[in-house]
Ligand binder design. Structure first.
Ligand SMILES: [Zn+2]
Ligand SMILES: [Zn+2]
Length: 142
């Protein structure tokens, strides 16, 4: 079983393991919608069977945004964290952004998608230094 939560902690969720559980088809999506919604270079998304996904706390804190008819993004109305997306065309699955998970997971991403929409400042192969925390010399603001 995996657990996840929003930034403010109002909303908590679990994803069951087993045959019908876990996370499928994890991809890094560079499309402009994912970039805007996440505010980052790309979003890492995966599908979860609706039966395996349980909001264990804070369902009343969820708000919904519909960008296209029948498609809904459910997010914490207090902190804005994306919790899951649903699609009326496929009610058997929901989609999550993997950053909300608190658990280590066994599954791994399988591809980078919508590379034609990739931000021009996002260079996946850049030989930039890898830091465990902030970069050297950052002035920390409190
Ligand atoms: Zn929250
Ligand atoms: Zn996308």
């Amino acid at each position: 079983m995996y657990t996840g939560s929003c930034l403010c902690g109002c909303v908590e969720l679990t994803i069951k393991g087993g045959a019908n559980g876990g996370i499928q088809d994890i991809i890094h999506c560079h499309c402009s919608l994912c970039r805007k919604n996440s505010g980052t270079a790309y979003a890492t998304n995966g599908f979860v069977n609706t039966d395996a996904f349980v909001i264990t706390k804070g369902r009343e804190s969820l708000s919904t945004f519909s960008f296209k008819p029948g498609r809904y993004r459910h997010f914490c109305q207090h902190c804005g964290s994306p919790i899951y997306s649903s699609n009326d065309d496929d009610p058997s699955r929901i989609r999550i952004r993997l950053g909300i998970l608190d658990s280590d997971i066994q599954e791994r991403p399988i591809s980078h998608n919508f590379m034609t929409s990739k931000a021009n400042w996002d260079d996946l192969d850049a030989e930039l230094p890898r830091n465990d925390e902030f970069e050297r010399g950052r002035v920390k603001s409190k």
